[in-house]
Each structure stands twice: as structure tokens, then as C-alpha cells.
Design a protein around this ligand. Structure first.
Ligand code: GAP
Length: 453
């Protein structure tokens, strides 16, 4: 019998999530054999499937379901003037302090103000340095010469690739304001503190959408996009009582924002930012006009060729942070029988890395071959797994822990009457279904899926 992983603990701790993520092939530490690379993580076979599904859900929501939003995949390396124009060279900084004694490094805004005032290390009591500004952009060189002329940055946000292409997209795709451009891609930040697993990393992925609107309509669109992004998480099927809004106060607003709200999620370490919705005004396009010398005005041909620099409403979510949220949200431990616990990831079937696992009750008597045939048929429509080793109960538990919503078991009766057992992860209920109806039945179950816990 399986014991609860840690009795009387909160179910989802970051330690348990990190350990399950490694054990089941979701996320590994980067370069682990060399002791690991801080701030970087590798996504294993299950992790990449989950990440792809989260990205696909976002992409569908933001492009396919909106006639006025198109996609883009811009380069990570951009002309360095981009980052002068965007304000990142000047403003994208965190306040940094070091302990002279134990050499620990802190973000000054993340330790108690009295420690800053008294210059006292919160860990060892040693003396802290003065607070200094630390730019979060990664710098490298392009070409063979490592001089100031060859400096280039790894993008700290995907947004700028959209702004510099906004005129190209208007021309190539005949877009009319209001319209949006969506993009998913890597971003890099030299974060001072990278803890809590994949929550804050130096290399991560963002899912950003920039919506271009007429000045004066920005507040209305800002409210509209806040509503839409909230509704998106409802549709994704996560615990809505674990989400809340946080409006940025004047001292929190990014240099480009007039108004900003975060959607926060209740992670095991507390409420933290999951996604931001920002009113970036005409700041970015105005600055690109100034720095590039190119006219970034929109010409409204339906309105006497009226010209203006559009305002931008941005929705900016971390893809890798969404993955952590989905993992924490799905994690559950459940008492099945007296003293028998199971760990289960209650992913929505649309997000689960494996949708259906096919399990022959025995390897012998042709059951394995029959199960393989069934898997082959299901493969066309679903992500499948096959497992024939160990007792059936243990195999179910393995699939529960990987978040597989459905298991199909092939037994002796299957050979006689062509039916199989369909087992549901959440309820552990089992029903018999003719194998010819399996694919359709799964489709119906996925469509009607409601999380029970
Ligand atoms: N373009 C606007 C922008 O980048 P942000 O609030 O700095 O805004 C947006 O970042 C989202 O990107 C955050 O809500 C978070 O989900 C994700 N994110 C930011 N920094 C991150 C990091 N170091 N590691 C993982 N995700 C991060």
C-alpha cells in the first residue's frame, strides 16, 4: 500500500512538485551532471507535451478564435537600438544588494525594509552593500570582435519583435485598427534570485499579444482584455478560487505602462503573478518612431486618412510559468482505501501529455497484441501510452501520477465480446465499452469533462 507522501502537509508543496516533475519526465535541472545551471531547466518527454498543449490552447484562444488577431514569430536577436528605444537599456533594472560577509545576493525590494535601512544581511546579520541598479538584460557579442560596437542583447520580452513588425503586418495582411498580433517565444532575463523551481528563471517562454487601438478607446479595450483573459483561465479548467487580480500601484508600474493588472495564482509559496495585462499607451511606437526615424503612425483609410500612433493593450503570460501553475493546480493526493494513498495529476484532458493509456491485463494469450492494435487505432486521434509491466493496479497509479485521464484495459472478455474496460482517472470508475466505439466515446468524454475535485 502506498503511504501519503508527507502526512499532514499541504498537498502541493514545491518540493513534491519538483520531485514528481523529475520522476515523471516533466522537468529536469539543466546540465545536472555538472551540478546544474542556475535559472535554466530542461523539459522532458512529458514536459514538452504539456508545454505544447498549453501553448496550443493559448494560440487557439488568441488567434483562431479572433478574426482580428494574427500570429508572428520574430527573432530573439534584435537590433540593439530596439532596446534603447524600448527603455530597457535605461530602465530594465532590479535593485541589488550583496552581503559583504556571507556573499549572499538579494533583490533589495524582496527583503524587509529594516534590513536595507540598517544594512544588515537577513541571513547572517553581516553588513550589506549600498543598493545598486542591475540591468536584467543578457548581453553578448555578434561577430568575432568583442567590442562595444558588437554588443547585442537576448530579448527580455517578446513584445518588441511585434512592435517593430506592426507596419509590415498592416501592409501584408491588410489589418485595420483595432487588431492584435500574438507571439509565443523565448525571453531571457538575468534574474538575481531564481528560486521556486521554474517560477522565475533566466531563460523562459512568453505568450504575448499586443492589441493596437485608437487613442481614447484604450481604457475600454483594457477592460475588455482583462475580462477575456480571466474567461480564458476559466475555460482552461483551473481552480478559479486560486486566481485573483492585483492592480499595480504607482511604484510597481513598468516604465511603459499607464495601468497594469496582474492575474495572480495561489502557488504553494503564496499568491504570485501569472500574467499581466498592460495599457502601454503609445509609448513603444512613439519611442520607435523617435529612435528609428520611421513613421509608425497608422493611417485610417476609412476615416479621411486620419493619422495617429496607436495605443497598445498587452496581455503577457509566461508559458513556463503557466506550466508550473497547471502542474500545481492538477496536483492531488487522495486516500483510496485505508492507508492507501495515490498521487494524481488532475489535468484537463486537453492538456494532459498522454490522453489514453492502453494496458493489456496479461502479456500472454494474445492480449498484448490486441492492446497494441487498439493503441494503433487510437494513435491517429490521441496521444497514447502503452504499459504491460507490473500489476494492473500499479499501472493505473503510474498513469494517475502522470495525469493520464483515461486507461483502456484489454482482458480475456475483450477477446470474446470485443469490449474493453475504460477507466477514468478522477473517479477511478470503470465501465465496459465496445472497442469499436472507443475513439468516439473518448471524444465525448473530453468534451463533457468537468473536474470533480
Ligand atoms: N512584455 C511585458 C512583460 O514582459 P512582465 O510582467 O515582465 O511583462 C510577463 O512579464 C510574464 O512573463 C509574467 O507575468 C510571467 O508570467 C512571465 N515572466 C516574467 N519574468 C519571468 C521569469 N524570469 N521567469 C519565468 N517567467 C517570467
Amino acid at each position: 500500500m502506498a503511504e501519503q507522501p508527507e502526512q499532514n502537509m499541504d498537498k502541493a508543496t514545491m518540493e513534491k512538485i519538483t520531485s514528481l516533475a523529475k520522476r515523471r519526465g516533466f522537468v529536469y535541472q539543466s546540465s545536472e551532471i555538472y551540478g546544474g545551471q542556475n535559472g535554466a531547466w530542461d523539459y522532458g518527454p512529458m514536459g514538452i507535451e504539456l508545454k505544447n498543449r498549453i501553448a496550443a490552447a493559448w494560440w487557439k484562444e488568441m488567434t483562431q478564435l479572433h478574426d482580428d488577431i494574427v500570429g508572428l514569430d520574430a527573432a530573439i536577436l534584435m537590433h540593439p537600438r530596439t532596446w534603447e528605444a524600448s527603455g530597457h537599456v535605461e530602465n530594465f533594472t532590479d535593485p541589488l544588494v550583496d552581503c559583504k560577509k556571507c556573499k549572499a545576493r538579494f533583490r533589495a525590494d524582496q527583503i524587509p525594509p529594516e534590513n536595507i535601512a540598517e544594512k544588515k544581511c537577513p541571513e547572517c546579520g553581516g553588513e550589506l552593500t549600498d543598493t545598486r541598479k542591475f540591468n536584467l538584460m543578457f548581453k553578448t557579442h555578434i561577430g568575432p570582435a568583442e567590442d562595444t560596437a558588437s554588443i547585442i542583447y537576448l530579448r527580455p520580452e517578446t513584445a518588441q519583435g511585434i512592435y517593430v513588425n506592426y507596419k509590415n503586418i498592416i501592409q501584408s495582411n491588410r489589418m485595420k485598427i483595432p487588431f492584435g498580433i500574438a507571439q509565443i517565444g523565448k525571453a531571457f532575463r538575468n534574474e538575481i534570485v531564481t528560486k521556486n523551481f521554474i517560477f522565475r528563471t533566466c531563460e523562459f517562454e512568453q505568450m504575448e499579444m499586443q492589441y493596437f487601438v485608437k487613442p481614447g478607446t484604450d481604457v475600454e479595450w483594457f477592460d475588455e482584455w482583462r475580462k477575456r483573459r480571466w474567461a480564458y483561465y476559466e475555460k482552461l479548467g483551473v481552480k478559479m478560487d486560486h486566481l485573483r487580480w492585483h492592480q499595480h500601484g504607482p511604484d510597481e508600474l513598468a516604465h511603459y505602462a499607464k495601468d497594469a493588472y496582474d492575474i495572480e495564482y495561489l502557488f504553494p509559496m503564496g499568491w504570485r503573478e501569472l500574467e499581466g495585462v498592460h495599457n502601454r499607451t503609445d509609448y513603444d511606437l512613439g519611442r520607435h518612431t523617435q529612435y528609428s526615424g520611421k513613421d509608425m503612425q497608422y493611417i485610417d483609410q476609412d476615416n479621411n486618412n486620419e493619422r495617429y500612433i496607436p495605443y497598445i493593450i498587452e496581455t503577457s503570460a509566461g508559458l513556463t510559468r503557466n506550466l508550473l501553475m497547471v502542474l500545481c493546480d492538477a496536483y492531488d493526493e487522495e486516500l483510496v482505501d485505508a492507508d492507501d494513498w495515490r498521487t494524481v495529476l488532475r489535468f484537463h484532458p486537453n492538456l494532459a501529455p498522454v490522453t489514453v493509456a492502453v494496458l493489456p491485463l496479461m502479456k500472454k494469450d494474445g492480449l498484448a497484441e490486441l492492446a497494441q492494435d487498439i493503441r494503433k487505432e487510437l494513435k491517429e486521434d490521441y496521444a497514447t501510452d502503452y504499459d504491460q509491466s507490473g500489476a494492473i493496479g500499479r499501472r493505473y497509479r503510474r498513469q494517475d501520477e502522470a495525469g493520464t485521464p483515461f486507461c483502456v484495459t484489454v482482458d480475456y472478455q475483450s477477446k470474446e465480446d470485443g469490449t474493453v474496460t475504460l477507466r477514468f482517472r478522477d473517479s477511478m470508475e470503470q465501465i465496459r465499452v465496445p472497442k469499436a466505439e472507443l475513439a468516439l466515446r473518448l471524444k465525448q468524454e473530453i468534451k463533457a469533462y468537468k473536474r470533480i475535485k
